[in-house]
Design a protein. Structure first.
Lengths: 397, 243
């Protein structure tokens, strides 16, 4: 005995190139679809991780554009605003506050970085309070500086790799012509801390001639405390703005939605093209087999049998295309990552495209569904072929 | 054959086609009977209506008027038209078909082509027919070959096996030797004669080859839509309703 499935499957091999091209078309659209869906999830995961790894839930910054503040915080940058460190005293006493740490961000242009120079981020910090809000920071070698006036630095993992420095080496701050001794190198965290060079707060204040000023105060709330009440109170302070990281996250997700819509449109177009490809392939093969299909009816096939036979062909094409697309997406997720990073205004660290079993199943289901919908018309057409017309050779209408 | 049962009975069967504004009477008021176990040839020049007639007999088409009975059961009667699905049900119960162009599925092997009808419909006992038929038709050594790897005569044998696999009562053959040389044609006719004599199969064959037609028990000649009985031995016309 031979099953309908075997008949359908064998038939697809009659025109190998055509079937393979159709499968590739479906695979490419499946790849785009799965990568896009995986990106949505991965991006949010990575962003959440980045924000959790900041170690604090609220930041206080000198008044300015909130978007600028958000970008600064996550990426570093220029155009900084300063506030006086005396403001910290007013905050420490609030009941919701668990820990608090002052930061002086500074960006120095390094002509030797990259091909045409780049910005090196220096953070002035107090090791005791900074380490307390970021307990997850671990040292690869060395330790924090002990003297707040020392000319010593702790380097993030990537910064140390880029500058090729070990503990005990010296490093020159370009522009300012100041030398530091490297006392510690951090392990990789997957956050912006990796690219940062940490300097004792007082030292950095001295170098930049801002003896009592800082750019940021990081606030870690006590467990289970609601940030909104504290935010309201902090808004009473003059000339500062409060950035809640939850807000930052939402702002970034909003910014990113434009890019998402763009990629989604491409995915939809790709799927439509693949769908038309499937319809075209199957319809062509139905017309080519017009007589053969008519003869199947003389040997006992009901219209429903023919419908199923042709429908199965689309199902096989789509399943094969979907599987190939999933494999492509899994193999090339790193490549997709790099491509997406190019078009995005801001991308957090870590994998942007996260593909899991559920996503694979959803995509496969979607592709097969689309294939089945595409197959309805050709299959219905084939089911209606009359044996008499087929024998007379009146096909192709 | 002491008592003859009529399997096919056509009464005033007529088929009219419209081509544009022109009406073509392809089969004109034709009446005849075919008995069980008979081997009947239908001959006639091109356009005489012989293919239309065999299509009507094989329930591939609805007649315009007249009645058609199959084994005593009225299939087409007055103003009774059957749907494609209903026609298929009758066809797969009663008929096996072979055609000039064989119409084998090129991607399936000889054996797979033979058992293909069973995928759609399988009479009880038909499961084991295929190997027997392939052996009977002398192509069992070819069962794993693809149609492209065998000769035209062998392809028509496969088509016959496929037509026979569901154990039909009647085999309808439309120009079965049209694509074959004389030697292979004679072989195919011998196969049909064997099936007719040994298995008691009723065969209706359309052909334009007078010589091959004479291998049948009886010849019906179509001319301009009308039919006449020809004596296969003498070649003379005999009155209709010969029994």
């Amino acid at each position: 005995m031979i099953t309908k499935f075997q008949v359908a499957y064998k038939n697809l091999w009659r025109k190998k190139v055509r079937s393979i091209l159709t499968v590739i078309g479906i695979a490419l659209s499946a790849w785009v679809l799965i990568s896009l869906l995986g990106f949505n999830r991965g991006y949010e995961n990575s962003l959440n991780k980045d924000i959790d790894n900041m170690g604090f839930q609220l930041m206080i910054m000198a008044k300015g554009c909130p978007y600028e503040a958000a970008t600064l915080m996550l990426k570093g940058g220029t155009g900084l605003r300063y506030m006086d460190e005396s403001i910290m005293k007013k905050i420490t006493s609030e009941p919701e506050v668990d820990k608090i740490t002052p930061i002086l961000m500074s960006a120095v242009f390094d002509p030797n970085k990259g091909e045409s120079g780049g910005i090196a981020a220096y953070f002035g910090v107090e090791p005791a309070s900074f380490a307390a809000v970021k307990p997850f920071l671990k040292f690869k070698t060395g330790k924090w500086f002990t003297d707040l006036n020392a000319y010593e630095v702790v380097m993030g993992f990537e910064a140390a790799e880029l500058e090729q420095r070990e503990v005990g080496d010296m490093i020159l701050m370009p522009d300012k012509n100041v030398q530091f001794k490297v006392v510690g190198i951090l392990e990789r965290t997957g956050t912006q801390d990796d690219g940062t060079i940490f300097v004792p707060l007082k030292t950095l204040q001295k170098i930049f001639n801002r003896p009592t000023e800082i750019t940021t105060i990081g606030i870690k709330l006590k467990k289970g405390m609601d940030s909104t009440r504290l935010e309201d109170k902090l808004y009473q302070l003059p000339d500062v703005q409060i950035v809640s990281l939850e807000q930052v996250k939402q702002t970034i997700m909003k910014l990113i939605s434009t890019a998402k819509i763009m990629v989604l449109s491409i995915a939809i177009i790709a799927i439509l093209i693949a769908m038309v490809g499937v319809i075209n392939t199957i319809l062509t093969s139905v017309w080519e087999r017009f007589q053969e299909i008519g003869i199947l009816k003389t040997i006992g096939a009901m219209p429903r049998d023919i419908f199923l036979l042709i429908w199965m062909e689309t199902l096989i094409l789509c399943t094969m295309g979907g599987l190939l697309g999933v494999i492509l997406a899994l193999i090339l997720s790193r490549v997709t990552d790099i491509l997406i990073r190019r078009v995005l205004p801001y991308a957090p660290g870590g994998g942007l495209v996260v593909i899991d079993l559920k996503l694979v199943l959803v995509t496969m289901f979607g592709i097969i569904f689309i294939g089945l919908v595409s197959g309805i018309y050709p299959a219905w057409k084939a089911g209606r072929i009359r044996p008499l017309e087929a024998i007379r050779g009146e096909g192709g209408k | 054959m002491s008592e003859k049962t009529t399997v096919i009975e056509a009464i005033n069967l007529t088929k009219i086609y419209t081509r544009g504004i022109e009406e073509i009477i392809s089969v004109n008021n034709v009446s005849f009977k075919i008995d069980k176990g008979e081997f009947v040839s239908i001959i006639g020049p091109s356009g005489s209506g012989k293919t239309t007639l065999i299509n009507l007999l094989g329930c591939l088409d609805n007649p315009s008027s007249g009645e058609f009975r199959l084994g005593g059961r009225s299939i087409f009667g007055k103003a009774k038209r059957l749907s494609e699905g209903e026609l298929t049900k009758i066809r797969r119960e009663a008929f096996g078909y072979i055609f000039q162009n064989f119409y084998l599925i090129p991607t399936l092997t000889v054996l797979e082509n033979t058992v293909l009808p069973l995928t759609f419909y399988c009479k009880s006992g038909a499961e084991n027919e295929a190997p027997k038929l392939l052996k009977l038709l002398g192509i069992d050594n070819r069962k794993d070959h693809l149609p492209g790897q065998i000769s035209g005569g062998e392809m028509q044998r496969v088509a016959i096996a496929r037509a026979m696999v569901n154990m039909p009562e009647i085999l309808l053959a439309d120009e079965p030797t049209g694509n074959l040389d004389t030697k292979r044609s004679i072989e195919i006719i011998q196969v049909l004669q064997d099936l007719n004599k040994k298995e008691g199969l009723t065969i209706v064959m359309v052909t334009h080859n007078q010589e091959l037609a004479r291998c049948a028990d009886r010849i019906l000649e179509m001319r301009d839509g009308h039919i006449s009985n020809i004596d296969p031995l003498t070649g003379d016309a005999v009155p209709p309703f010969k029994s």
